[in-house]
Design a protein around this ligand. Sequence first.
Ligand code: ZN
Length: 255
Amino acid sequence: MSSLDTVISDLVIANRILAKEDVVDAYGHVSMRHPDNPKRFFLSRSLAPELVERDDIVEHDLEGLPVKDEKRSLYLERFIHAGIYAARPDVMAVVHAHAEDILPFGIAKATPLKPVIHSGSFIGAEVPVWDIADRFGDTNVLVTNMDQARDLAKCLGGNNVALMRGHGFASAARSLIEVVRMSVYLPRNARALLRAKQLGGEIKYLSQGEIDARNRGYSPYSTETWRAWEFWATKAGCNHMLTRPDGGHVHGQKK
Ligand SMILES: [Zn+2]
């Protein structure tokens, strides 16, 4: 398979993993920047992520428009991806989803969402909240044009995740495997924090030093990261589509 074939397969796997792990449902999406052309990215046509196949992946430009003539419907909120790729040259993959557990933190100003569990460290010390009403007033709360997407990307700044008030989140990372991992652990971190709040008393967040130490020890294609990707992909029924970046054997695949 060519490297582009692998990218498309990995993006299909990412769609299925996010569906299986309840990060997305009928809505929500994941994209990946074109590895050879930073002005393009790949994203499914308008379809529930669990149902995405290779042929559903559409190449988009940084205005959120399809590169080739496309008759099929596209995601209404594809601009989120275009806005973040345009603003952040370091970002190679983006997720937008409405995972329920993070929603309270976009609404309740008194409690910021921060890392409280080790696997949540990758969301970073700051998770800004973007409120579409601040600049755009009464809307349908969806990001449906580039103006709104640019404003969201501005709020995201150099962070890994932005919450979207009353709506969901956008996460960005330097690889697909990282953005999936972060998006899986983001709602789990939110759940742990919500439950700790119910227990009452002071909340102990991860320290900046702990977040830094975890970042230093992280590599996107290490054995530990591949372990999670292989596990999630197998759970989502995609084991046959896996390609190891080092060309090694994938557990359960015929040699
Ligand atoms: Zn949305």
